[in-house]
Design a binder for this molecule. Structure first.
Ligand SMILES: [Ca+2]
Length: 281
């Protein structure tokens, strides 16, 4: 059965009031979500997350665009995997992504996840791709990414980006993370502006030493986010998603470069890649 057909069947089940769905709800703070989720299989106890689909123009159920929209339609919706259709009816097919419904009020849609292992090879040359999903649908603990068109669509209505290491299963928000700030005067922050163009979060900045002011959180510090530009960073401005952040020429800074590089760690000097998750809402 095709992915589209599975998703369509899934939302129809929900619309009919059938008990939902595949894997049990994934704890918000867990980093060990099941890798073999199958949305076509109903859950045994109905405890899984719901899709709050609404009828589409053709009478079929239409997944909502984002985790933020799902939480808005169903306050208290649990964290877990949901069908979403970031570009609405038509266009790209709906995908299934992970929603964090509790951190800082919830409504976070997972764009990209790495595992920290050597298997996190660079995503293929996808900057100009129109693929909906790169490698795999992202979920905590699974190496995958939404494609550029869906990320751009999500960013169009998003106001914040959130990057973190997977939180401990016992919850809390004491892990390593940054969240972009919403400008006090309104409008979109630099990271959101860049994501709406399919660019890396800090692309095109001309004063890399101030990038940390775009974020809050325990890792929103200059030593991680500053990037003193020089001649070694000549392709800096052109870096596109799925690369996320490049503290160029800062060897102790955040490097999350998945297009061609396969580097995923808060500190470039760290010996191995680290698991990271990128969300928007
Ligand atoms: Ca669509």
């Amino acid at each position: 059965m095709s992915r589209r057909a599975r998703v369509r069947g899934l939302v129809l089940l929900v619309a009919a009031g059938a008990p939902f769905i595949g894997a049990a709800c994934v704890s918000t703070s867990s980093n060990n979500a099941p890798a073999s989720f199958d949305a076509s299989q109903p859950s045994l106890d109905g405890s899984g997350p719901r899709s709050d689909a609404s009828p589409g123009p053709d009478g079929a159920s239409q997944p909502l665009a984002s985790c933020k929209a799902i939480l808005g339609a169903t306050p208290g919706a649990p964290s877990g995997r949901y069908p979403i259709d970031p570009d609405g009816p038509g266009g790209r097919d709906p995908v299934t992504s992970y929603c964090d419904m509790t951190f800082d009020g919830g409504g976070w849609t997972l764009l990209q996840a790495t595992t920290g292992g050597a298997s996190d090879v660079p995503f293929p040359a996808v900057v100009d791709s129109d693929a909906s999903v790169l490698v795999a649908e992202p979920q905590p603990g699974v190496y995958g990414s939404l494609g550029v068109p869906l990320v751009v669509a999500l960013a169009a209505t998003a106001t914040q980006v959130h990057i973190r290491s997977p939180f401990a299963p016992d919850g809390g928000d004491n892990g390593a993370w940054i969240t972009s700030v919403v400008p006090a005067g309104g409008g979109a922050s630099v990271p959101i502006q860049n994501l709406r163009k399919g660019m890396m979060l800090n692309a095109s900045l001309t004063d890399g030493t101030q990038a940390q002011s775009d974020y809050v959180g325990p890792n929103a510090v200059a030593e991680l986010l500053a990037f003193p530009l020089d001649s070694r960073c000549t392709d800096f401005a052109a870096r596109g998603y799925p690369s996320i952040y490049w503290a160029c020429n800062n060897h102790g800074g955040l490097h999350f470069l998945m297009a061609g590089d396969g580097i995923s760690k808060w500190r470039f000097d760290a010996g191995t890649n680290e698991a990271l998750e990128v969300y928007v809402r």
